[in-house]
Design a binder for this molecule. Structure first.
Ligand code: CO
Length: 293
């Protein structure tokens, strides 16, 4: 059997960046060398970090317009609330897919309990760009508890996937996306090898966040904290050599490039500078709302 395989076009190493009220993230893109990963704008890995009592910090009230923020929690508890009256908590394995559309003001904070008692935080926030036609849509939330994220395991038991968006190993995600997106969390044991089929129209990116994995045709090695931009069509091969001392965990992200102009100013991502100025004005005049407490 021969499957067409994608190859690694570029590898970048995540840099560390201070965000929100002062937490450190690893950011594989945007970074020098990878300005954008159309249709994705940014990927941040928060932690893993263990906070002492009273030390945990988050991102207090801030606006977004023109794109989606996707929070995926691996450890810890995040409380969120927003100007549309949504309020909730995310725990390990939970996903919040927030379509900011024409705008929200929200806060994303470690839970009260974590702020008081400390604890370990680990998770991801991905920014997904919206096509021009959806940038001013009404905001919407999809909150998917861990139990509703489909999982699947390869026939040999060495590869497991949690399907946040798209499909893998015959299971399909519960999340709806505005454009075709795949968001997979793969856990690979030594000796694992899977060929992940993707539509040719999707661009694919692989970010390793534990151990080392080999990726694509030619088995390029990626270590913890590295992102590969894939080129070509067909499947993405993800593997860990059978003599490796430990397995690996990674995110596979894929989507159809929007190929539209990007005007990006902090928490606003539009198509033109005039739309950015409008977003700033609307925010300053309170048109994105405020969180009622
Ligand atoms: Co936010």
């Amino acid at each position: 059997m021969s499957t067409q395989q994608r190859t690694v076009e570029q590898v970048s190493t995540a840099h560390r960046q201070r965000e929100g009220a002062g937490f450190i993230v690893r950011r594989p893109f945007p970074t020098r060398g990878i300005a954008q990963a159309d249709p994705f704008l940014m990927l941040d890995e928060m932690g893993p970090i263990t906070y002492a009592p009273g030390q945990a910090v988050g991102a207090p009230d801030h606006p977004h317009r023109g794109f989606e923020t996707v929070s995926y929690i691996l450890a810890g508890e995040v409380e969120h609330e927003d100007s549309a009256g949504h309020r909730g908590a995310l725990g390990p394995g939970d996903v919040q897919w927030m379509t900011a559309g024409r705008g929200v003001v929200h806060s994303e904070m470690p839970s009260k309990r974590m702020r008081a008692e400390g604890g370990t935080v680990h998770g991801f926030q991905l920014w997904v760009n919206l096509p021009a036609r959806d940038k001013m849509m009404a905001p919407r939330y999809q909150e998917i508890p861990a139990a509703r994220i489909p999982t699947a395991t390869s026939a040999d038991g060495r590869a497991t996937v949690r399907v946040v968006a798209g499909e893998a190993l015959g299971v399909s995600a519960a999340i709806e996306t505005r454009t075709p997106i795949a968001y997979h969390h793969w856990t690979l044991a030594p000796g694992a090898s899977v060929d992940v089929a993707l539509p040719d129209a999707m661009r694919a990116y692989v970010y390793v966040f534990r151990g080392s994995a080999t990726v694509g045709d030619g088995a390029r090695s990626l270590r913890d904290g590295q992102l590969a931009v894939m080129a070509g069509h067909g499947a993405v091969r993800l593997a860990v050599p059978s003599d490796a001392r430990e397995g690996a965990e990674l995110l596979l992200l894929a989507g159809v490039a929007l190929n539209e102009p990007v005007a990006w100013h902090g928490p606003f991502v539009m198509n033109t500078q005039a739309e950015i100025e409008e977003a700033i004005r609307d925010y300053q005049r309170g048109r994105l709302g405020a969180i009622r407490r």
